[in-house]
Structures are given as C-alpha cells and as structure tokens.
Design a binder for this molecule. Structure first.
Ligand SMILES: *Cc1c(COP(=O)(O)O)cnc(C)c1O
Length: 415
C-alpha cells in the first residue's frame, strides 16, 4: 500500500494518503462508527468498477457492458440476504443517510409525520434534525430516553405516538449503548398504523452475527451502513419485505441517486463474504465483550456511563458527575493528542452545546479488528481515564501517547 501510481502523478495526495495510513496504524480508532476493512475490501473498492456506469439493477440496466457489474451486485445482494435474512435487499445506497432517504421517499409525502429519537439522546441527523432535509421536508416529533435509566422510554414513545399519530416511527441509533426492543417499537407503530423504520447503521455487524436481536421480519424497513460494525467499506443498504421491494428500488434509483458506485458495491460483496465466515461471529462477540470491559474499567474509575454500561459496541460517558469542569470536546482533544481518537458526544439532558458537549463516546469495533483482547482493552480504558483525569498534563499525554503507539505496533493493521 505505497500508492506508487498516485505518487507519480500527485505527490501531495500521496503524502496525505501515507499520512492517513500511518495515522490509522499508530492511533486507536475508537470513534464508535469507524472500523478497518481488509486489504481485500480495499482492493475491491479501488478497482476498475469505478469506471462503470450501471444505472438500474442486475439484468435490467440502462447501459451496455454491465455483465460483471451484474455479477458483483448479485453476489452482494445474495450475501446480504444470507447475513440478515431479509426478503429484499438494495445494496446501492451511497451511505446510510441515503438509505434512509430512500425509505422516506418510498412511503412518505412532504409534510408527513416522522417520530424519532431526539439527537441528544442518541438519534441521527437523518431522523428529522432541522439541519437535515428530513427536518425540513417532514413534520417531526421526537421521543427520548428515560433521564434516570438512560434506556429508551418506550412508554413515552407510545404516548407520543398516540398523540402525534406519525406516518413512520424510526428506531435505531447513533449513540445508544443498550439493546433495542424492536417488538416494543413495532407494537407502538402498529397501534397507530405507522410504518416502522429500524436504522441499524451502528449495529449492522452485531445483528448479522446474532449478538444483537434483529429487526428484520419485525420492522417494515431496515437500513444500515456497511462500514461500522461490519467491515464492507463505506456505504448503505436497505432491507424490506417483498411488498416494498419495487418502491424502495425506485426510491434509490432513479428517485434519489444516479449510477451506483459499483466499486463500493464490490467492496460490500467482499466484506459481506468475510462476514459470512464463522470467525465473524467470534469477532462480533469479542466487540461486545471488549465494550463491556471498557465500560467496567471506566466505571471503576468513577466515570458515569449513560445507562450505566453497555450491551453493544459502544460506551457513552457523561463527564458532568466526575469532571464537571471538563467538556467532551476538551477530553476529545487531549485524548487525540495521546493517540486515542474518539469523539465528544451529546448526552441525554445535555447542558452544553452540540459543538462542545458533555460526554465522550467510544467504540470497540476498530480495536477488536486489530486483535485487542480483554487485557489490552482494559489497559486502553486505564489510559483513557489517565488522560481524562489530567487533560492539562503534557507529561501524561506524552506518556499515554507513547504507550498507545506501542500497543498499536503490537497490533498492526496493514502490511
Ligand atoms: C452512521 C449512521 C447513519 C449513516 O450515516 P452515513 O454517514 O450517511 O453513512 C445512519 N443512521 C444512524 C443511526 C447512524 O448512526
């Protein structure tokens, strides 16, 4: 991976690519939405399929010469069906947001009503935030997590559904550390005759491996990303029952996108094949076990965790109890200086701004990919705490940063 051809044409970009590769090798990717794909997925994404127009779907394209594009997309679809058990799959969305866009576009009219989780409570921009098209095109109400427990307030959700009468209820979250009860949300949707979109962007891999319950067969629509807990390269996916297949396909193309990024579809096919191997289940289980170790370690040091812990790949620490003068942004900066890359994150009952929130969010999908076991993750938890507890100490940041590089060098990513 020395990008020799890029270097010949464009040394500036080659330098940036090499810098990014080194950054990934020498830092801990603990942003909960990030992971590391295999060289096989990288190769598929960097392939000649980037040259190919393939508007349409396998067997019915608007362009000639699509026989190999068809093969690749059919493989991606077949494998996705095997991984998640959906009746229909569309692998063309360029991102998770575009997968959601396709679902909304397939069943909603402008002005229709969306009921979704509040962003500060773990929701996502594409679930109706005012800065997103969803917040501008649709009428949005939000549900919340229980301020005491940090768990989804299912009762509040049902009440809001009754009074608001939404056309669609959105479940699935960006910063929610607990198991989601899909049936409970489906019941709320059924009670008001609303559709249910389960957006499993963060937990696509955990659901595929069976370490988180699946909404497939429960919710009407399931969307996901292909680059978070599954390692199939950047992109999105929509799954639904056969009855919605044509509408969803038409909403992806030509509704919301042009030609699919066939090189990314190839990456999805390869990453899905990897996820069908027995080792992937073990990987996903280790991701969850490692998150539990991380939660335990931070808790032992007195950090408050939203919901008290985790059932999935992420932990969300609310710094206000233990470190009232420290913002999530300040913690993020100090940790980044110590080679631990995670993000400041809003927390339920947020009292600071979204640009400098009160929490930090950390995930274990990336570390687990590079082979970190429970002991290594426990040490990482200790290192995180050392920095959080002493953000102004250059010595601590330096020492932790050096130790992180050692840990990274013991767990290399790419050859
Ligand atoms: C990450 C995420 C998405 C998808 O994001 P993209 O960046 O558009 O791929 C969608 N929904 C949720 C809940 C997410 O966390």
């Amino acid at each position: 991976m020395d990008h020799e051809h890029v270097r010949e044409v464009d040394p500036a970009v080659a330098d940036a690519l090499a810098g990014e590769r080194d950054r990934q090798e020498q830092t801990l990717a603990m942003i909960a939405s990030e992971n590391h794909v295999s060289e096989a997925v990288l190769e598929a994404q960097g392939s000649v399929l980037t040259n190919k127009y393939a508007e349409g779907y396998p067997g019915s394209r608007y362009y000639a010469g699509c026989e190999y594009a068809d093969e690749v997309e059919e493989l991606a679809i077949e494998r996705a069906k095997e991984l998640w058990g959906a009746e229909h799959v569309n692998v063309q969305p360029h991102s998770g947001t575009q997968a959601n866009q396709a679902v909304y576009y397939s069943v909603l009219e402008p002005g229709d009503k969306i009921l979704s989780l509040e962003l500060n409570h773990g929701g996502h921009l594409s679930h109706g935030h005012p800065a997103n098209f969803t917040g501008q095109l649709y009428d949005v109400e939000q549900y919340e997590v229980d301020p005491e427990s940090g768990y989804i307030d299912y009762e509040g959700l049902r009440d809001t559904a009754e009074s608001f009468d939404p056309d669609i209820i959105v479940s699935g979250y960006s910063a929610y550390p607990r198991t989601v009860d899909w049936e409970e949300i489906q019941a709320a949707a059924d009670a008001v005759d609303a559709y249910h979109l389960a957006d499993i962007a963060h937990i696509t891999g955990l659901v595929a491996a069976g370490v988180h319950p699946s909404p497939v067969g429960v919710a009407d629509f399931v969307t996901g990303s292909t680059h978070k807990t599954i390692r199939a390269g950047r992109g999105g996916i929509v799954m639904c029952d056969a009855e919605f297949a044509d509408d969803v396909d038409a909403a992806v193309f030509p509704g919301g996108q042009g030609g699919p990024l066939m090189h990314n579809v190839a990456g999805k096919a390869v990453g899905f094949k990897e996820a069908l191997q027995p080792e992937f289940e073990e990987y996903a289980r280790n991701v969850v076990d490692n998150a539990e170790v991380l939660a335990e370690t931070l808790r032992e040091h007195g950090l408050s965790l939203v919901s008290g812990g985790t059932d999935n790949h992420l932990v969300l620490a609310d710094l206000r109890d233990s470190h009232p003068d420290l913002s999530g942004g300040e913690a993020e900066d100090a940790l980044a200086a110590a080679n631990i890359v995670l993000n400041g994150n809003t927390v339920p009952g947020e009292t600071r701004s979204p640009f400098d929130p009160s929490g930090i969010r950390a995930g274990t999908a990336g570390l687990t990919t590079r082979g970190f076991d429970a002991d290594a993750v426990e040490e990482v938890g200790e290192l995180i705490y050392r920095v959080v507890d002493d953000v102004d100490s250059d010595d601590v940041i330096y020492e932790v940063g050096e130790r992180v590089v050692e840990l990274c060098e013991a767990h290399p990513l790419y050859e």
